[in-house]
Design a protein around this ligand. Sequence first.
Ligand code: NDP
Length: 399
Amino acid sequence: MGKALIIGCGGVASVTIEKCCQNSEVFDELMIASRTKSKCDALKQKLDGGKTKISTARVDADNTDEVVALIEAFKPDIVINLALPYQDLTIMDACLKTKTSYLDTANYEPIDAAKFEYKWQWAYRKKFEEAGITAILGCGFDPGVTGVFSAYAQKHYFDEIEYLDILDANAGDHGYPFATNFNPEINIREVSANGRYWQDGKMIETKPLEIKRVFDFPKIGEREMYLLYHEEIESLALNLKGIKRIRFFMTFGQSYITHLKCLENVGMTSIKPIEFEGRQIVPLQFLKAVLPDPASLGPRTKGKTNIGCIFSGKKDGKPKKYYIYNVCDHEECYKEVGSQAISYTTGVPAMIGAAMVLTGVWNKKGVYNVEELDPDIFMAELNKRGLPWEEDFDPKTVE
Ligand code: NDP
């Protein structure tokens, strides 16, 4: 049915690529292109032999012309961007030049400022619409499935959603004193930033990890979780009618927090370049180089993740609560695709989102966050493709 160019070949991309191959009725041809071509070739070797034809290439996605040349040679129907948030705009520019649809899992972030916002990508709305192509922003789990869950709740269960808490628990244990489950640089930039949540029409800022709550997660148990800023708050605040408050909480173990505090205190999480033995280095990039590669955590991680949304609002004039979540098992993911659950929960929705575009189910032209599109087929696909969801119509809410 269609051809996809996948840019990046890290933890998330390897899951998406394997899931595209499992869905060969939709993806008949893939090109895997990344900075390190040997990783693309190794994955091709693992997956070759199925119905989906795979080719590989080297690309520097910071360079729009290189991406344009690749698109012109391969002629994909969609580009799935699974490199880093720094490459979003150069890849979107290449898609515009070649009139090719686009999908990513994380919003643009300039490399020299830990500041992620949709404004840069939303500025492409008119241009994508005029070019007759679709861009889907933030189609991982959070952002991604959390937006699809929100669209589903709004469509089927609420007249008005007033409160939304997004809860992300990772109860996985990889046995290392400190490691991050996805790209360490992006992860640490996110966690060490000030917290923010949406209330009564504006963002309220907190100190990093200032607000802590305890929640009893289904199939995991009680965990401490911390309020973080997360990018879907910005788009959901615009797209959920009548919304009064949106918060995002993530669980962290004590060992993770103690190590992070110590690394921060000694300056290792800084993104300001320093002079070291005659050359400029960025401390956080150096730290990334010494930490375990998230892709290597797969075989050692045990336990489960639980990510979901608790909504409170009104239906037919009566108060209503609704909790929807997915539980994913690290070891099961590893058995299926050789990755831990964080890459899996991000990589599967990216494949489903791309399939929604290729099959024409999501066919609006322009730039969209997932909650702006119809959720029903996506929800059914989650159940089929390894991320089944569960519902609770009388959940405990977060204080
Ligand atoms: P990794 O670091 O494992 O992979 C990133 C890949 O991008 C690597 O293959 C890397 O190449 C490649 N890359 C980096 N820079 C370039 C470039 N200039 N040109 C071409 N390729 C490049 O990251 P993850 O797989 O963990 O994360 C991928 C994305 O998913 C990130 O944007 C992350 O923020 C997002 N994410 C989203 C989540 C969600 O739920 N929405 C959750 C988790 C992650 P090389 O191998 O040479 O380093």
